[in-house]
Design a protein around this ligand. Structure first.
Ligand SMILES: NC(=O)c1ccc[n+]([C@@H]2O[C@H](COP(=O)([O-])OP(=O)(O)OC[C@H]3O[C@@H](n4cnc5c(N)ncnc54)[C@H](O)[C@@H]3O)[C@@H](O)[C@H]2O)c1
Length: 346
């Protein structure tokens, strides 16, 4: 996600209670008082700077909204390139229970793929398997075959959990052809105060989690001597620095994903395994909508920086993801496909 913003009252007590971190040291407090001074605001360049007042820990699980599935399919009645079809493919989507992963999984199902939704929140993933199949049947009442959609638990940052999840998916689907890594999160703390335990957690999920799933699926494809296509979900934050929210570790993690895709693309090209990065800009997921409803100024600031003048809808990622997974992109390897309304161009 490009960012999640809930500006908080900045008292030391509040900061410690939400973030569960040690009290701010005197040295840190001194640094803060220097660069937060009002005198530095409204100076030339201030609109393209991060603002240390914006501090947002990732919300607790029970506060996260669940995304209702929207209609975005359509019966296969209009001519289209057959090479867009994912028919007979099995796709695995990490972070598939919610948000962008779920919508991309929906695009894959609508394109005929069987899909394994992998998430730490298995209960939500299970609920969505039925929703995806129901939505497919509503949109395609005459379809000859109904895609199989399953739910699986994994903590993507834990190698043992990743390995057992891959075994379970192969047991239930017979194989894996496509991977989408969407499990990831962001938080906003200025770099000088970023709690180290949270930084490590963020990199473990965003970077290690992507690496572990990509390598595990690649081993499976190589054993089968089968080609495959992977889409690693990065972010425009891997190429630019968002403002006003400070999020250095997240930006670093997403720059890592971009180059991970390029590096693996070169390493696995001999095996017919393509790896591309898909980098969303600001997308209006249910959670982002909730946060921005509470912070209209922030939405205005973000939108003012997007040449297309609006945030993206999660469904805007369906086509680009399916394109990268399908045969249509068979000579596209190691790219960073930005879906950001032009944000990174200016
Ligand atoms: N929403 C945006 O505007 C946006 C923009 C750019 C990039 N992204 C990226 O897209 C991806 C998905 O973001 P989203 O907005 O859909 O987030 P989200 O929080 O709505 O969904 C993320 C999903 O990942 C799962 N997850 C988190 N940690 C996990 C772990 N350790 N193991 C397994 N599953 C885990 C969550 O349970 C959740 O279902 C992230 O990588 C994010 O950085 C999002």
């Amino acid at each position: 996600m490009a960012s999640r913003i809930t500006p908080l009252m900045r008292t030391a007590a509040h900061r410690c209670s939400v973030a569960r971190i040690a009290p701010v040291s005197l040295k840190t407090a001194a640094i803060r008082s220097i660069h937060r001074a009002e005198a530095l605001r409204n100076k030339p360049g201030s609109h393209s700077r991060t603002d240390s007042d914006v501090e947002i820990p990732f919300p607790p699980e029970e506060e996260l909204p669940s995304d209702p599935l929207r209609r975005a399919g359509g019966q296969y009645v209009k001519p289209t390139l057959q090479t867009f079809s994912l028919h007979k493919n099995v796709g695995l989507v990490t972070g598939g229970a919610r948000g962008l992963g779920l919508v991309i999984a929906q695009g894959m199902v609508y394109s005929g793929a069987d899909v394994a939704l992998v998430d730490m929140n298995k209960e939500e993933a299970e609920k969505q398997t039925k929703n995806l199949v129901d939505a497919f049947m509503r949109e395609n009442p005459n379809a000859e075959r109904i895609p199989k959609v399953t739910a699986h638990y994994s903590d993507v940052s834990d190698p043992a959990s990743v390995d057992s999840c891959i075994v379970e998916v192969i047991q239930q689907h017979g194989k894996i052809d496509n991977l989408v890594t969407s499990a990831g999160f962001t938080e906003n703390f200025e770099a000088v105060n970023y709690p180290i335990d949270r930084l490590r957690k963020l990199w473990a999920v965003n970077v290690d989690g992507t690496y572990l799933f990509a390598t595990s699926v690649a081993r499976h494809l190589m054993e089968r001597r089968a080609p495959g296509s992977m889409v690693l979900i990065g972010s425009m934050s891997g190429s630019i620095v968002n403002v006003p929210q400070p999020q250095t570790p997240y930006n670093v993690s997403k720059a890592g994903i971009r180059h991970l895709a390029s590096s693996l693309a070169v390493e696995w090209a001999h095996a017919g395994i393509r790896v591309n990065c898909l980098s969303p800009g600001y997308m209006m997921t249910a959670l982002t909508a909730k946060i921005l409803d509470e912070n209209p100024d922030l939405k205005q600031k973000w939108v003012s920086l997007i040449p297309m003048g609006k945030m993206g809808d999660p469904s805007d990622l369906m086509g680009p993801a399916v394109f990268l997974l399908s045969e249509n992109s068979k000579y596209v390897n190691g790219v960073d496909l930005r879906v950001d309304g032009g944000y990174t161009l200016t």
